[in-house]
Design a protein around this ligand. Structure first.
Ligand SMILES: [Zn+2]
Length: 345
C-alpha cells in the first residue's frame, strides 16, 4: 500500500477522505435539503470547462434530472469532487478532523461588512486549517489548482510536523524557517452561502499570492511577505478588499475581513463572466479550425452568421447541464453546419 501523503510513514489506509472539509463542501455542493455525507452535488469550476460532480448516495432520479438517462459510462466517470481513497492514514485523517471540527465553530462568528473579526482564540488554528485545505486541493489530481512543488512540500512538512490528535499539544516552533515568511489574507461574506450559490475555484496560474475561492471565503496565500508589495493582481475586482484585510501569520490569531453581499456577488459575477467569455472564445477558435478543415479554400474564418447560429444553438440546447460536453457541442456544430449549407443526410 502507498504511504500516507501527510506523514509519509503509515500506510494510506483511509478511504472516503474529503479534500475540502465536509462542513464547507456541504455548503457548496449539496442537493437541496441534504446535509449528509455522500450527498454532494454541484459544479467545480476550472479554467477550461465547468465540471460537475455528484456524491455516492445521490438518487438515480436526481441524476437523471441533471444528466438525462444514467448509463454505465457516466457512473464510471463519476469523479466525486474532493473525495479520495488511500491518500492518508487513519491517524492523519483524525488529526485533520480535529482541526476542522475546532475551526468549523468559527462559521457562527461574524462581523458587520467592512470590519474584521477574530475567528477563534487559538493562534495557528486558522493557519493550519487553511493551509491543510489548500495543500489538499493541490495534491488532488485534476483539481485545476496546483502549488509550486517547493511550496507544496513546505506545507506537507508543516502539516506532518504540527498536526496533532490533541489540539492543545500543538507547540509552534518560533524558529521554524518554514513558518517565518508565510501568511495569508482572507475575506468572507458571512452567510452569503445561505442565499446564493457558491463554488470552489483555485486560480491555476497565480502564485504570488495563490488565490482561492471556497464557498463564501476568498483566500490569498503568500509564501513570502515581500509578495505583498509585488505586482497587483485585481483578482476579479477583489483587490480593494484584499488590501483592507490583515496579513495573517502562523503566530497570530486569525482575522477575517467581512465583505458585503453586494461586493462579494460582484466578484463572483465577474468570475463567472470571465469563464463564460473564455469558453466562448475557445469555441470560436475551434469553429474557425473546423471551417479551415471543411472548406480549405474559403478563408481562415467561418462565416459569422453560421458562427452565431452555432453559439446560439449551443446556448439554447435543451441538453441536461451535466451532459453539456464537447461531444454534445460537436453534434450541435455538425447539425447547424449541415442546415446552414443545406446538406441532406
Ligand atoms: Zn499519516
Amino acid at each position: 500500500m502507498e504511504k500516507c501523503l501527510i506523514c509519509n510513514q503509515n500506510d494510506a489506509n483511509q478511504t472516503g477522505s474529503h479534500i475540502v472539509p465536509h462542513f464547507l463542501v456541504k455548503r457548496i455542493y449539496n442537493e437541496e435539503g441534504e446535509s449528509k455525507r455522500d450527498k454532494e452535488l454541484g459544479f467545480a469550476i476550472d479554467e477550461n470547462d465547468s465540471k460537475m460532480f455528484f456524491g455516492r448516495a445521490i438518487l438515480p432520479e436526481k441524476l437523471e434530472d441533471i444528466y438525462g438517462p444514467v448509463d454505465e459510462q457516466l457512473l464510471e466517470q463519476n469523479n466525486i469532487d474532493g473525495i479520495v481513497d488511500n491518500f492518508f492514514c487513519d491517524t492523519c485523517e483524525k488529526k485533520l478532523a480535529i482541526i476542522e471540527s475546532e475551526y468549523s465553530k468559527s462559521l457562527k462568528i461574524i462581523s458587520p461588512p467592512n470590519t474584521s473579526y477574530q475567528t477563534n482564540k487559538i493562534s495557528f488554528l486558522g493557519f493550519i486549517f487553511w493551509t491543510s485545505v489548500i495543500w489538499r486541493i493541490s495534491i488532488m489530481p485534476n483539481s485545476g489548482f496546483k502549488l509550486k512543488d517547493k511550496d507544496e512540500k513546505k506545507l506537507q512538512r508543516i502539516l506532518s510536523k504540527y498536526l496533532n490528535i490533541d489540539i492543545n499539544s500543538i507547540v509552534i516552533d518560533v524558529e521554524d524557517s518554514d513558518l517565518l515568511d508565510i501568511g495569508y489574507k482572507i475575506l468572507r461574506a458571512p452567510n452569503f452561502s445561505d442565499t446564493f450559490p457558491t463554488f470552489q475555484y483555485g486560480h491555476p496560474f497565480s502564485e504570488r499570492p495563490y488565490f482561492l475561492v471556497i464557498d463564501e471565503y476568498i483566500i490569498y496565500l503568500y509564501f513570502k511577505k515581500s509578495h505583498l508589495k509585488g505586482m497587483i493582481n485585481d483578482f476579479f475586482g477583489s483587490y480593494p478588499l484584499q488590501e483592507m484585510s490583515k496579513f495573517n501569520t502562523p503566530f497570530q490569531i486569525e482575522e477575517i475581513y467581512s465583505v458585503d453581499f453586494n461586493d462579494y456577488k460582484a466578484i463572483i459575477d465577474k468570475m463567472v463572466k470571465f469563464f463564460a467569455e473564455k469558453k466562448i472564445s475557445k469555441l470560436v477558435s475551434k469553429l474557425d479550425l473546423l471551417h479551415q478543415r471543411l472548406l480549405p479554400n474559403q478563408g481562415r474564418k467561418m462565416d459569422l452568421r453560421l458562427k452565431e447560429k452555432i453559439l446560439k444553438n449551443i446556448a439554447n440546447s435543451d441538453v441536461k447541464p451535466g451532459k453539456r460536453n464537447l461531444e454534445n457541442e460537436l453534434k450541435i456544430m455538425q447539425e447547424t453546419i449541415m442546415e446552414f449549407y443545406q446538406v441532406k443526410e
